[in-house]
Design a protein around this ligand. Structure first.
Ligand SMILES: [Cu+2]
Length: 354
């Protein structure tokens, strides 16, 4: 029914446009081409003025409607700087936007064709050309310069006391690795990947691997006010570790580790209090279209105090231990007979009965 109405409205719109065009053609013939052109010009000039007013009201309305719906305060110290940069850029481009749009549409209205004046021929002015090239060039260079400065900072060397986590994306999940007590990640080799025992392909001969903690299907844990460096990998296609609340974003590229570091400013609990939303969580979103399960790649982060983090970490088993346990031959028989063991036990009873 809705589709029918939409088609009907479109058809009417087409019909009306067609009729107006036809009518103005007749008017042109009746009044003479010259007069018709002048009238069209006047209508266009008036419409441009209306467009300016309606457009500016629209800009204001959109801002009012979306107020409070954009991201809240940045939750990392680096994110604050990025926000400041964004606000400066918005202020500069905003001022330029209003000035240029008002001048553009007002001039089109004010200086429309008139019998009372003749257009002034003004083909070239070097001074003006230089002014309107150099000023925007300087402004943009300063803006881009600040951007590059922060980019190098965020993707550069992390402070010595920074903790490190490894984030690996694959279709369609995030896997995390913590370096354990030695603070070192063990080496990996992709051919070692075994979904059950060695999901990241860790090389067990490397002792740095023996205390590395692997975590899947649970939130990433970070410590408040402690810099953290993300080492980002992908197992298949290009993903992207987007941390909107921390204002961080970096592609996860297979074969080429990428990284950034930041300092979380608030714990999850503080954010719950600040936002008044009891369900608040820090989120990891995949910010790169990576396949049909892309939207399922939502991870969460818990920011907590060092004590809480240590307590949580104490309950974790290194993946090395998990893998070694899995490789040990089973010492006890399973008590319940599953489908797999059933044929063996029947064979055994058959042998005993012989
Ligand atoms: Cu993805």
């Amino acid at each position: 029914m809705q589709t029918f109405f939409v088609i009907l409205i479109l058809a009417f719109g087409f019909l009306i446009t067609f009729q107006i065009a036809k009518a103005s053609e007749y008017v042109a013939v009746l009044r003479g081409e010259e007069e018709a052109r002048k009238q069209t010009n006047r209508i266009n000039a008036f419409l441009l003025l209306i467009f300016l007013i309606v457009g500016l009201i629209g800009v204001y309305y959109c801002n009012e409607r979306l107020k409070g719906k954009i991201l809240g305060e940045a939750a990392s110290t680096q994110g604050e700087k990025i926000d400041t940069m964004l606000y400066i850029t918005l202020a500069i481009t905003g001022i330029v936007f209003f000035i240029t749009q008002i001048l553009l549409f007002w001039f089109a209205f004010k200086y429309q064709e008139s019998d009372k004046r003749k257009a002034y021929y003004y083909p070239h002015n070097n001074k003006l050309e230089i002014i309107w090239t150099v000023i925007p060039a300087i402004a943009l260079t300063v803006l881009v310069g600040f951007g590059i400065f922060y980019w190098f900072k965020i993707t550069g060397e992390a402070p010595a006391d920074a903790m490190r986590v490894e984030v690996t994306g694959s279709q369609f999940q995030w896997e995390f690795r913590y370096p354990g007590k030695d603070g070192e990640f063990g080496k990996k080799y992709f051919k070692n990947i075994d979904p059950g025992k060695n999901p990241l392909g860790q090389i067990w001969d490397d002792p740095a691997n023996h205390d590395d903690i692997y975590s899947l299907n649970e939130p990433l844990h970070l410590v408040v006010n402690k810099p953290v460096k993300f080492i980002i990998n992908s197992k298949d296609v290009v993903h992207d570790v987007g941390l909107a609340q921390f204002r961080m974003k970096m592609d996860a590229v297979p074969g080429t580790p990428t990284s950034y570091w930041f300092t979380p400013k608030y714990t999850t609990r503080q954010m719950i209090d600040k936002s008044g939303d009891p369900d608040f969580v820090f989120e990891i979103s995949c910010d790169q279209m990576c396949g049909n399960g892309h939207t399922r790649m939502r991870g969460t982060i818990i920011v907590e105090t060092q004590e809480e983090f240590d307590r949580w970490m104490a309950g974790k088993k290194p993946q090395y231990v998990v893998a070694m346990d899995a490789m040990k031959p089973a010492t006890t028989q399973p008590t319940d007979s599953t489908k797999k063991t059933a044929p063996d036990s029947t064979k055994l009873t058959a042998q005993l009965n012989k």
